[in-house]
Each structure stands twice: as C-alpha cells, then as structure tokens.
Design a binder for this molecule. Structure first.
Ligand code: ATP
Ligand code: MN
Length: 464
C-alpha cells in the first residue's frame, strides 16, 4: 500500500479509508489493552496518533516500539475525538522497520542546545530542528522566487578562487601539495607553480567580484552559495562555512539599493509567515515568545535610513547621558555590535539601514562620496542579530578605483579581470550580501548560528 505523508493525511476528511504511514515514534503511552503512538515523518511538525489495540499485535513487538523507533503502519483513518487533531489511525498492521535502543541520544525532552549540537546527526529528528530546517528550506525557495520574479538571473560564482583581495588573512587555502614537504624559494616563500592550479588558491569569502562581472553583462544577477571565512571569532553570529545571497545590479543608485534590501527582507519574512505557520507557532511557544510579533512588526515598519555621521552623534549623545558601552565611539570607528544594537533596539526600535560610512573602515570597491571622506556603503542592522546585510554602490570610475587600491595596498596582481569592468563600458552598479544563516536566526528566533545550519563548521569543529 502506498505511503501517505502525515502532512497530507492531516488535511484529509475521508474517514474510513485505509492508509499507510511511515515515520518515527515520538511518544508511546497507554494501558494493557490499548497503546497510543505519536508518529512523526518530518513532513510537518504535527504527529499523527496511532491507536493500537494490544490484542491485535505481538506483545514483544509492541514492547520494541519505543521513542525513536521507525514504523510502518497500515490502518483505518478515523475521526479523532481528542483535542488538537481531526484524524487518527486505528492500526491493523504495524511493521517495526527499525527499533531504537534506550541509549538513543534524543530520548529525553528539554536537552540544552549545546547537548543537541553534539548529536547534529540525530537532532534533525526533534521538533525544534525539524521546524528550523523546514523554515530554512522555505527561505531558500523565497529567495529564488523573489529574484526570479524580479528578472534577476541566478549566477554561479566559483568556490575556489585565486583572488585574495577581499578577506586578507581570513581564507582557507586549497592545495594538493604535500604539506610535509613544501618547496620554498630562497626567501622562504612557498613555490606554488607545481600546485594543482599553479598558484595559491583558497575558498571564496564572497562571490561579489565575480557577481559584478555577471551584473555588467546580464544586467542583474544574484548568487546563493557557500562562503568560507577562517575568522577565529567564536560568536553566536559567525560560522566558518555559511551561505550567502549576493544580488548585484547594474544602473542602481543608493536609494534604490536600500529599497531593494528592505523589500527583499520583508518578502522573505512575509513568506515565512504565510508558509511556515505551524513551525513558527511551535518556535514561538517553545523558543521565543515574541517571535511572531517581531516578524509581523518587521513586515509592517519602514526601516530607518541613517547616515553613519548621524548615528555617531546619537551614540555620543547616549554616552553623554550616561549610557555605558564597552567600546569607545567616535567618528571614524567601526561600530561594535553593542552600538548597532543600541541604535536598533533602544533608540529607533526598528531595523536601521546605515549608509555613508568613513572610507577607511570599508572595502576598496565602494563608491566614494563627493565629501572625499565617506563611501556609499549600506549595512542593514536588525534587532537581536546586528548586521544582517552588508552592501554598497561600487566605484565605477577606473581612476578613482585604482587610486584607492594603491592607497590601501590591495594585492591586485591577479585581478586584471575585475579592473576590466571599469575599463570597458564601465557602468554604475551596486549590490549587497545577506548572510543566509543570519536571516534564519531572525526568522526562527534561535539564539546561536550553529543551530540554524544542519552541520556547523566553527573553530575546532568539523564533525559530521
Ligand atoms: P560581521 O561584521 O558581522 O563579521 P562582515 O562585515 O564581515 O560581518 P560582510 O563581509 O559584509 O560581513 O558579509 C556580508 C554578510 O554576510 C553579513 O552582513 C552577514 O550577514 C554575513 N556574514 C559575514 N560573515 C559571516 C560569518 N562568519 N558567518 C555567517 N554570516 C556571516
Ligand atoms: Mn566579519
């Protein structure tokens, strides 16, 4: 008999039909004469209740049906009188597909997130992580739909790269060389010409530079792929391997870029509210009581647009009025997360798009303003998360870009192809990068970025 997914079964009303469901036991309770088994197959946060009369089944087999065991059940769909669900199954056949010994690590409810992380291969079977990963899937779909509907092309940028100008010092090297026997030149520098690519290569820290090549040919593109940063920052917001979405748009200016950022995030959040209701309700109840309200409020408020200089004034004013920050704040400094969160959570109580940053704290490719001091960067700052998006209008003038590259000592030896965009038919353009897991953190109310990606990679952890 063909299997019905629980998500589909729970919508049906053709009581009396014979059905087959397969899944994992969440709980079993009952008496000598009848057992009630809550079965979950991952298709929804909801379980279906299996009613099994003891007399119909082998007592040994019934004993083996413990939390975590995998079953195939055939039976009659009956209307449920208990609260919660309309449908339950009166079992006629139960096959134990996989029993589950009592050392099953997901046995007990209410384990800490740290405990669950040690069993990342098993935590997927819990309510919380089921909800998180179903939402993660939905967000990926929302992202593709948003850009596709706007006429952006999904553009694949390389994961292995030879350009190291973006994240100097934060890259993972890629090599086939024998690390025990490295050939070096007279200065002690490693010789790469016999390595696989004939030069030093690394995992990408951003697809932006190649994304710009795409946008200046296809008009508007987005990337959505894995990104790697060997930053040794053990925070709840950083992973060594994460997923980034990077749209890049020709002929866009700063106000339109900010509109795109705001519209994009709101679209994704609205998508979750519309398509992940059951999972959000579960997370709202179990993880974060303010979650759904916060999501609704983001969809319904206009983001604040705040020049960096104004932001610094607000922060300095706060310090004057006695607010204590761990790090000092003055014009020219890079904002710490406590500063960002003060602006977003205490001062404005709304998401903030900060623009016009001092050029010295931003990347070389950002478009320089007339004032000679600031550049057209935009960071979107979010409650709970801090920076969720980093973007900018790009400098399209070849001369200004080259001057900045020289001032900042950027190694551009292998970057002739990037400069060609400014040399041949240069065009105004801009874009942004959104960290996928930071979006998932916001949408799920989870506290640690390690708990919104199935198998997190962080300093000293690469299990599974
Ligand atoms: P942060 O200051 O938080 O380290 P960043 O300035 O290094 O961020 P960008 O280089 O602008 O970030 O990258 C674009 C986006 O990628 C960020 O806004 C953030 O959402 C995400 N991001 C950056 N680094 C990480 C990381 N290590 N893990 C997860 N997401 C990240
Ligand atoms: Mn960073």
């Amino acid at each position: 008999m063909r299997r019905t997914k629980i998500v589909d079964l729970l919508k049906r009303e053709d009581y009396g039909s014979q059905v087959c469901v397969k899944g994992w036991v969440r709980t079993k309770r009952g008496s000598k004469s009848v057992n009630f088994i809550a079965l979950n197959d991952g298709s929804t946060i909801k379980n279906v209740q299996i009613v099994a009369d003891a007399e119909k089944f082998d007592p040994e087999m019934m004993k083996s049906i413990t939390t975590g065991a995998c079953l195939s059940v055939v039976g009659e769909m009956v209307q449920s009188i208990g609260a919660g669900q309309n449908v339950e199954i009166q079992a006629s056949e139960i096959e134990l597909l996989g029993d589950c010994p009592s050392d099953y690590p997901m046995q007990k409810k209410g384990q800490t997130m740290e405990y669950m992380r040690q069993y990342a291969h098993m935590r997927i079977r819990t309510n919380t992580f089921g909800a998180v990963f179903r939402i993660r899937h939905n967000m990926a779909i929302a992202i593709h739909k948003f850009f596709h509907d706007k006429g952006f092309y999904y553009f694949h940028t390389p994961i292995i790269t030879a350009s190291d100008c973006e994240g100097a010092g934060e890259m993972f090297q890629v090599t086939t060389k024998n690390l025990y026997d490295l050939k070096k030149d007279d200065n002690g520098q490693i010789i790469y010409n016999d390595d696989f690519f004939g030069k030093m290569t690394s995992l990408t820290v951003s697809g932006q530079l190649e994304g710009e090549l795409g946008a200046t040919g296809l008009g508007q593109i987005y990337t959505f792929g894995p990104t790697f940063r060997a930053e040794n920052s053990n925070t709840p917001r950083h992973l060594a391997e994460f997923w980034m979405i990077e749209p890049e748009v020709s002929f866009i200016d700063l106000p339109d870029l900010m509109d795109l950022e705001e519209e994009f995030i709101k679209y994704c959040v609205q998508w979750a509210l519309d398509n992940c209701q059951d999972d959000l309700e579960f997370l709202n109840k179990m993880i974060d009581k303010g979650l759904i309200e916060r999501l609704q409020s983001v969809v319904n408020t206009e983001f604040v647009r705040l020049p960096y200089t104004k932001g610094i004034e607000i922060l300095e004013e706060a310090v004057k009025n006695g607010h204590k920050f761990e790090f000092p704040v003055s014009w020219g400094c890079d904002l710490a997360s406590e500063h960002e969160r003060y602006l977003v959570e205490e001062y404005f109580k709304k998401p903030v798009i900060m623009i016009d940053y001092p050029k010295d704290i931003k990347a070389f490719y950002m478009k320089q303003n007339e004032d000679g001091k600031t550049v057209q960067g935009t960071d979107v700052l979010f409650p709970q998360i801090g920076e969720i998006i980093g973007g900018s209008i790009r400098e399209e003038s070849y001369d200004k870009l080259m001057k900045r590259i020289e001032e900042m000592n950027i190694p551009m030896k292998d970057m002739w192809w990037y400069l060609d965009t400014r040399k041949y038919g240069s065009c105004p353009h801009g874009g942004f990068g959104l960290g996928f897991e930071r979006l998932i953190l916001f949408v799920t109310g989870m506290q640690n970025i390690r708990d919104v990606i199935p198998f997190p990679r962080t300093p000293k952890t690469a299990e599974f």
